[in-house]
Design a protein around this ligand. Structure first.
Ligand code: PHE
Ligand code: ZN
Length: 882
């Protein structure tokens, strides 16, 4: 909680090296939920790179019991305590600090620092949670070796875990026991972790490629031991993949994953002791969907890959967060794609990434919280774990690979580790390694890190039939963002292919003599405007621009409908094939939205319907791809295309299109529904998951205006489904159809009331249903299973309503905004990080109709005026209102 009046902005340019470095940290914990004693013994030495001789320690929500410097107790006047810093002035060159503090984990609802979840102890230290455990220079460029002694009641907390290796354990009398852990690697404080809990584990000895044997463990509560297989399998796959793709080996003898039900984020890469939100560990076919399985694989991979990209090489300061996050997201994306293995499977993962960018990152980059991949300032670092840092950061890393090739990228990675293993470095160091390893000048590429906003690339083409040349002119500009009026041109890789009239790729010859005859070439746009010429082009081609989404930009090109239809049916690049379909749909959705808003009649052309039909039944295409290609742009993505957003009109327009397609394609939908069944034992593999996705998309269409036969199909699927994917899909389809849902919701709840993650789904599907208004959400909050204290539960109902149900959230009377304000404030008192995420639902408020804007502004002001706001929420709402 904020204690002084206005929060401080921290600037990247103010970075100073730490005045003291830490060599060793010995921590002793006497664990007790109400009163935990933490004893810390830290050896420090002056950092020659610093002019200051002041030791600066951070501490928050701690009771300081004792502070000793080189054996002598310091009394209050001998150090300064202000806000969250403790300063010892003019310290000796070599210092041993002994610090004793008290905390009350059971009262810690922030889930940062040491806290209790379902009676067990866990820690979360990134970004600045370690300072809630003990006074320490809590910054990532202070790396030290840790030894940790845990003491706790043995019956209540039989399992005592920390980073690294277990070196000693035993009994203490009084029913207490202890365990001593030592981490052989230097690490920053944000990677510290402990767990003291009643848990059980699935474990396995695993042999690395080098022949070394390691112990892998997945720790969960007793009743969940039947849900750990997939996480364990994903961990083994991750280990193998990092060896093969990047030559990176697990550096510890023991690697642990622990699942916890109360967690603010997805998971955390603590050295050797990854702590995970249960959502990304627990799965079996009864409770988890295909999407959950894919999430587990990705997050297990992500955290494992952090061991090198994040832990062995870490960030100098939090402005460099994307150094580890963007790179690690890129690595987990490539891992997931490689696990599917096929080209079309890769493309499906790529399309998903593009959808996330458009749905969440582009709006962020155009809104009040816009920031560069490497921000220049922040108030609260927790607000900067964003889609820009993560997903745009991953796109930036991907562009290196696009520009340098896979081998060139690998050379850059190798050099990065050769230079920086064991160090805390900057984004610039990564870029330098990529450049130096490949003998390339990547100076201009730096702008991807320093300039916010989504660049717009406008393409124009010219075909000269006599000279047989085809010119593509690319122009770039990037809209202004806070503090950045004028942007300089980016270095943008634009992958291009040209389709002939028969739909096939032309063999390309460009002015770049080294790359002839290829189907796709990567044009490098570095100026504001450049023209690229293709030779020997016998006919006017259809350009396929930005293949594989080769850069995180908005591409503008005046495609005709005929060209888009041509691409939609033939483009060899699946991403652009999908993209052509999205463009066709978007054009129509925007016109329909205008028609709804102005009371004009609605219609959908036969050409579009025919194209959708052809795709739906094209058996040469993966079901997973067909499903993606048939999903219409979301209401949020449509809203981003509009000058003034009218959520109800968008909703009606999109519903009209869905209804019309459903009516026109009914026989084909039904046929696909039956053709894509996956009988037999459940398997989460990509092919089966793709079939289920297509089948369930068909079902959702069939239930738009259902007759008895379609209702019966859904009811049957709901009753007989052998897995959660099909069961949940049937229930969602039934809810959306508005048909006798009460009974189904009730039985679903009865079946799964003891599975917290399924209860989350139960809330989530109701929250996002177009029939659920704010009154219904308030009613759901009274359900005994609802609680604001558990982030997954709070998100399942509240976030799925505010972010996933736009037509109800933006109800004309502003009542849902009042609900939003009320819950931002309520949540903030418990958990500022979660509250600040909710606060961001209002980011785009200035783009709505004047009447909605007025309501939104009032709600924002109500939050801003609240007396005791966290810095987290204050930063978000004040930037929104600024
Ligand atoms: N570093 C974690 C990850 O990306 C995310 C995280 C941030 C978790 C802060 C908890 C707190 O894997
Ligand atoms: Zn991460």
């Amino acid at each position: 909680m904020r204690t002084d009046s206005s929060p401080q902005t921290i600037f990247r340019k103010d970075y100073l090296p730490p005045s003291y470095l830490v060599d060793t940290v010995e921590l002793g914990f006497d664990l007790d939920p109400a009163r935990t004693i933490v004893a810390s013994r830290v050896t420090l030495r002056h950092n020659p790179a610093s002019k200051s001789r002041d030791i600066v320690l951070h501490g928050e929500a701690l009771e300081l019991v004792q502070l000793r410097l080189n054996g002598k107790t310091l009394r209050p006047g001998q150090y300064e305590l202000s806000g969250s810093t403790l300063t010892i002035r003019k310290a000796p060159l070599a210092v041993v600090l002994e610090i004793e503090t008290l905390t009350a984990p059971v009262k810690n609802t922030t889930l940062s620092g040491l806290y209790v979840s379902n009676g067990n102890f866990f820690t979360q230290c990134e970004a600045e949670g370690f300072r809630r455990i003990t006074y320490f220079p809590d910054r990532p460029d202070v790396m030290a070796k840790y030894t940790v002694m845990l003491r706790a009641d043995k019956a209540l907390y039989p399992v005592l875990l920390s980073n690294g290796n277990l070196i000693e354990q035993g009994e203490l009398g009084d029913g207490r026991h202890y365990a001593k852990w030592e981490d052989p690697f230097k690490k920053p404080s944000y990677l510290f972790a402990l767990v003291a809990a009643r848990l059980v584990c699935q474990e396995e000895r695993y042999t690395l490629q080098s022949g070394r044997e390691v112990l892998l463990q997945v720790w969960v509560e007793e009743g969940n031991l039947d849900k750990t297989d997939y996480a364990m399998q994903s961990l083994k796959n991750s280990i193998r993949w990092d060896e093969q793709r990047f030559g990176l080996e697990l550096d510890l003898d023991r690697f642990m994953i622990v699942a916890v039900g109360d967690f603010n984020m997805g998971a955390m890469e603590n050295k050797g002791l990854n702590i995970f939100n249960t959502k990304f560990v627990l799965a079996n076919s009864r409770v988890a969907t295909d999407i959950d399985y894919a999430g587990i694989e990705a997050v297990v991979g992500h955290e494992y890959f952090h061991n090198w990209t994040g832990n062995r090489v870490t960030c100098r300061d939090w402005f460099q967060l994307s150094l580890k996050e963007g790179l690690t997201v890129f690595r987990d994306q490539e891992f997931s794609a490689d696990m599917i293995g096929t080209d079309s499977g890769r493309a499906v993962t790529r399309i998903d990434q593009v959808r996330t960018l458009r749905q969440a990152q582009f709006p962020e980059d155009a809104g009040p919280m816009a920031h560069p991949v490497r921000p220049d300032s922040f108030v609260e670092i927790n607000n900067f774990y964003t889609v820009t840092i993560y997903e745009k950061g991953a796109e930036v890393v991907r562009m290196y690979q696009t520009l340098l090739g896979r081998d060139g990228f690998r050379k850059g990675m190798d050099l990065y580790f050769e230079r920086h293993d064991g160090q805390a470095v900057e984004c610039d160091d990564f870029r330098a390694a990529m450049a130096d390893a490949n003998g390339r000048d990547l100076g201009q590429f730096e702008r991807w890190y320093s300039q916010a906003g989504t660049p717009v690339v406008r393409a124009e083409t010219n075909y000269d039939a006599i000279a047989r040349t085809f010119d593509i002119t690319l122009r770039q500009h990037c809209p202004a963002s806070a503090g950045q009026e004028h942007k300089l041109p980016f270095h943008i890789p634009v992958a291009v292919g040209l389709l002939g009239a028969d739909g096939r790729d032309l063999a390309l010859s460009t002015d770049a003599k080294d790359r002839q005859g290829q189907a796709t070439v990567v044009l490098e746009l570095t100026g504001e405007e450049q023209t690229f010429r293709f030779h020997d082009i016998a006919e006017r081609p259809t350009p396929s621009i930005l293949r594989d989404f080769s850069a995180p930009v908005v591409l503008e090109y005046d495609y005709t409908d005929a060209e888009l239809l041509h691409l939609f049916s033939h483009d060899s690049d699946p991403v652009n094939r999908w993209e052509a379909g999205q463009r066709l749909a978007m054009e129509r959705l925007l016109k329909l939205t205008t028609a709804v808003a102005t009371g004009k009649p609605l219609a959908l052309d036969a050409t579009f319907i025919a194209a959708q039909r052809a795709l739906l039944v094209d058996e040469t295409l993966d079901p997973a791809f067909r499903e993606l290609a048939l999903i219409l742009p979301s209401e949020t993505i449509i809203a981003e295309q509009m000058e003034v957003v009218e959520p109800q009109a968008i909703h009606s327009a999109r519903q009209f299109m869905r209804r019309t397609l459903a009516a026109a394609l009914k026989p084909e939908l039904l046929a696909q529904y039956h053709a894509n069944q996956t009988p037999g034992a459940y398997s989460p593999d990509a092919l089966s998951a793709g079939k289920r996705a297509l089948k369930n998309l068909a079902l959702s269409y069939l239930l738009i205006a259902p007759q008895e036969a379609e209702l019966a199909l859904a009811r049957q699927q709901f009753a007989e489904a052998g897995n959660m994917t099909d069961r949940a899909a049937a229930l969602v389809a039934l809810i959306h159809s508005g048909a006798e849902v009460g009974e189904h919701l009730h039985s679903f709840y009865q079946d799964f009331e003891h599975e917290a993650l399924v209860v989350d789904k139960w809330f989530a599907m109701q929250a996002a249903a177009p029939g659920t208004d704010v009154a219904a959400v308030r009613k759901l909050m009274e359900h005994p299973a609802f609680t604001l204290k558990n982030p997954n539960r709070a998100r399942s109902l509240i976030f799925n309503f505010t972010n996933g149900n736009p037509s109800q959230f933006h109800a004309a009377d502003g009542s849902a905004y009042e609900f939003w304000a009320e819950h931002v404030i309520k949540l903030d008192a418990l958990n500022p990080q979660v509250a600040a995420r909710l606060a961001r639902s209002m980011d785009r408020w200035r783009r709505y109709t004047p009447a909605l804007q007025a309501h939104m502004q009032r709600a924002l002001e109500r939050v801003a005026a609240h007396a005791r706001l966290s810095n987290d929420v204050l930063e978000v709402v004040s930037k929104a209102l600024a």
